[in-house]
Design a protein around this ligand. Structure first.
Ligand code: MG
Length: 177
């Protein structure tokens, strides 16, 4: 009998943090008692006008609710790549609190290019269109997590939940190149 060939080696998956595993946006709105309707553009004024006030606030960063924690996911993220301009220690502590372990953490800064940190990753997921496009120029498969501020964008690279990454990665390899 022929052996099953369905097995694939684990994908090396990279994730953005805010808007992907951390609900930074809602946390900020609640922190400042602002309207909680979701932003329809990633640089919403409520975020831009208040960011400086929480940038150095450890309590703010450590108390962000999770969108997805390790126990929600069917894979272990290999690397997190974020633009948030804060101490890596705070981000690491938050990620560990959500059950993530043995991950790499890269902070590129607000103007940094995430595409420079895709080495050894099969897939990367972000919620911001500019990061999705930046990573799309690399050999790493770039996926966009669907949310209100990117919903008007047209691409076949949307996922609606992080547990669709594997299906999207292998599925795309079969139907297109
Ligand atoms: Mg993001």
């Amino acid at each position: 009998m022929k052996k099953s060939t369905n097995w694939n080696p684990p994908l090396k998956i990279g994730l953005d943090i805010d808007g992907v595993v951390a609900d930074f946006e809602m946390h900020l709105y609640k922190w400042f008692n602002l309207p909680t309707n979701r932003a329809i553009k990633w640089d919403d004024e409520r975020i831009m006008d208040n960011f400086k006030k929480i940038e150095d606030n450890e309590e703010f960063w450590l108390s962000i609710p999770a969108i997805a924690k390790q126990s929600d996911l069917d894979f272990r993220p290999h690397r997190f790549v974020t633009a948030r301009p804060i101490h890596n220690d705070w981000t690491t502590a938050w990620l560990k609190k959500q059950g993530f372990k043995d991950f790499e953490l890269v902070t590129v800064g607000v103007d940094g290019k995430k595409s420079l940190h895709m080495d050894n990753l099969d897939v990367f997921v972000d919620d911001a269109i500019h990061n999705y496009l930046d990573v799309k120029d690399t050999p790493t498969k770039s996926l966009l997590l669907f949310c209100p501020h990117n919903r008007h964008y047209k691409t076949r690279d949307f996922i609606f939940h992080l547990n669709q990454i594997k299906q999207k990665f292998y599925g795309n390899n079969i139907v297109s190149n």
